[in-house]
Design a binder for this molecule. Structure first.
Ligand SMILES: [Zn+2]
Length: 164
């Protein structure tokens, strides 16, 4: 066994960690659960730690990230155009109400503006949520790197010998 030569070099807590997690990870793999898989979750391409992008909390490759980015940009523009259209309708509505000399026109105006700004508010909220998930992605990436290091230690033949 070649593994018995490398195993005693590991510190005790690392060995305990491996002992605890390798059967669990093997079971989860068999069940098809791969949250830390080194693959793009859209096109299934190989994806080493550090080369991943994150879209909606999923690890994707550069090509898929570009595709996703363009798709999101289109959606964002649709939102902006919808917002502009709503604002235009609100503006026309406000002008017509004032022309009629309606005394309640001042109440209608903020409602019209608010409904026009609603899609932009949604967009702002989505962008904020995406930034927050990008920050979490950084931590996930570190865990993926650690996980793959553990897997390579656990493997029958270590593919990436550590130089630590
Ligand atoms: Zn991909």
């Amino acid at each position: 066994m070649t593994q018995s030569q490398t195993a005693p070099k590991l510190p005790l807590h690392m060995r305990a960690l491996l002992a605890a997690f390798s059967p669990l990870s093997r079971l989860l793999h068999r069940l098809g659960y791969r949250p830390l898989a080194e693959r793009c979750s859209w096109c299934r391409k190989d994806l080493p730690a550090g080369a991943a992008f994150y879209i909606e909390g999923r690890r994707v490759c550069a090509d898929c990230a570009e595709r996703g980015r363009r798709r999101m940009l289109r959606a964002a523009w649709a939102y902006v155009i919808l917002s502009i259209l709503l604002m235009a309708f609100a503006g026309v509505g406000a002008v017509l109400t004032f022309r009629r000399g309606d005394p309640d026109a001042w109440i209608a105006l903020p409602i019209l503006v608010a409904s026009g700004l609603f899609p932009l508010g949604c967009l702002w909220f989505v962008l904020r949520a995406m930034k927050a998930s990008n920050r979490r992605a950084d931590q996930t990436e570190q865990v993926v790197a650690l996980f793959s290091a553990m897997e390579s230690l656990d493997a029958h033949a270590p593919r990436h010998p550590n130089k630590e």
